[in-house]
Design a protein around this ligand. Structure first.
Ligand code: LLP
Length: 422
């Protein structure tokens, strides 16, 4: 459920009229709904046993205002760089609710995490364990560590966001898990806290999670038998969201939480979850204006002012996003099939192919839905286009939470070396 709906024939974010917002801030822009973020967080948190740490995956939406909205509800953060870590702290996420994931943490990044006193490092390789041991030794600390294991489970999602198969770069191979724990136990600046797993993103069935968690629960028994203290299980993120209004909805958080609680019952471990998409995706839209309607030999193109630099998912994953007109269509309005495309000079700059929409004209606004996760964070200035700004709505209020860079600011990012100066 989200808080984007038509009121008086115009699409609103909560009580804010998106057409009026477009006039005020210009297009394209991302618009997030506070009520939707809050609702998603609460529904997810309530699905898990008390004491579970819900660490929002900052990679899904790293805007400080979004992070602060979630931090106020008690959310922790799952970060994958020292930049994300600093953002989470700046947004008010306490260090003891931050977990640091990722296959390539540098020693400098580890040091930032150690100095902040984060809750745990999710370590993904033996060399990373050794490096962390070294850094924590020189910092005079012991690093809390969960080892991410690779359960070799097919998440049945898009290949590019599937992370739990043996052939991916993620986690320690299942066959070496016990050895890795033995290594960790031998390193004096490492404190083993638990086990971590993450099998992928946009997962729309419970079965792959269940298969992975079952393996993890078995492993916890084996590790405890070997004398390791396992007090936490980090189950990762990954529950999918409905990108198409007309598709069967993915499993409910309640069913997911019940399954996880059932499998880990009696283990007396704290659960950690790292949801990103599920919290943020349907809490955001990308509003864009039609620049031209162009008729080709075979197609009608709706050329909009957002491009693949603003929302990369369709170009990168052939991802589907529903698109709706900001002015509500009436049942008898004429309809047209369009390719909805951006201004970027690539054929992959396409948001939708052969999409059935009410007939539109230049100047009309459309909203690209389910764009709150992996949207703005993956944007770039490709074609020297300033990435779309971000706006956060709460009730009838709105605020620009990341302004649009102007062309001069983009120009100012580059430097001319001395030998090119006159
Ligand atoms: N934890 C870890 C270790 C992850 O790698 C990820 C996502 C998450 C948590 C959050 O997963 P979520 O709950 O959002 O599914 N750019 C892609 C998605 C990449 C996801 C990578 N890892 C997309 O636009 O679909």
């Amino acid at each position: 459920m989200n808080h984007f709906s038509y009121q008086d024939g115009r699409l609103h974010a909560e009580d804010v009229d998106l057409a009026a917002l477009a006039d005020a801030v210009g297009t394209p822009f991302y618009c997030y709904s506070t009520a939707t973020l809050e609702r998603h967080y609460r529904v997810f948190a309530e699905a898990f046993p008390k004491g579970t740490l819900i660490a929002f995956a900052v990679k899904a939406n790293g805007n400080l205002a979004v992070l602060k909205t979630l931090a106020k509800l008690g959310a922790g953060a799952d970060v994958v760089s020292s930049g994300e870590l600093k953002k989470a702290l700046a947004a008010g996420v306490p260090a003891n609710k931050i977990v640091f994931s990722g296959v390539g943490k540098t020693k400098a990044e580890m040091r930032v995490g150690l100095d902040a006193g984060i809750y745990q490092f999710n370590v993904e390789s033996e060399p990373e364990l050794e490096a962390l041991n070294e850094v924590s030794g020189s910092a005079g600390k012991r690093a809390p560590v969960s080892i991410r294991v690779n359960p070799d489970v097919d998440a049945r999602t898009h290949a590019k966001i599937s992370t739990g198969k043996a052939e991916t770069k993620f986690g320690i191979p299942w066959s070496r898990a016990q050895q890795a724990y033995a290594l960790a136990a031998s390193l004096k600046n490492i404190e083993i806290t638990g086990v971590d797993v993450h099998i992928g993103s946009q997962i729309t069935q419970l079965a792959p999670f269940e298969a992975a968690f079952t393996r993890v629960v078995e492993l916890v028994g084996v590790l405890r038998g070997a004398g390791h203290s396992i007090t936490r299980i980090d189950l990762g993120g990954g529950l999918g969201v409905p990108y198409r209004i007309d598709n069967a909805p993915p499993p409910e958080p309640a069913a997911y939480g019940a399954m996880a609680a059932q499998l880990t019952k009696g283990l007396n471990t704290q659960l950690i979850l790292e949801p990103g998409r599920l919290i943020a995706a349907n809490a955001g839209v990308l509003v864009t204006r039609v620049i031209y309607v162009k008729s080709g030999e075979r197609k009608h193109f709706l050329i909009v002012d957002a491009g693949m630099n603003d929302l990369l998912r369709p170009a990168l994953y052939d991802a589907h996003h529903d698109i709706v007109p900001v002015r509500e269509a009436q049942p008898n309005d004429p309809r047209e099939r369009y390719d909805v495309v951006g201004p970027v000079c690539e054929t992959s700059d396409i948001f939708a192919a052969d999409r059935d929409l009410p007939r539109l004209k230049d100047g009309d606004l459309v909203a690209i839905l389910t764009a709150g996760a992996y949207g703005a964070v993956m944007s770039s200035a490709y074609n020297v286009r300033p990435p779309a700004p971000e706006v956060l709505v709460k009730g009838g209020e709105w605020a620009v939470v990341r302004p649009r860079m102007d062309d001069d600011a983009l120009l100012a990012t580059d430097r001319i070396p001395g030998w090119l100066e006159a």
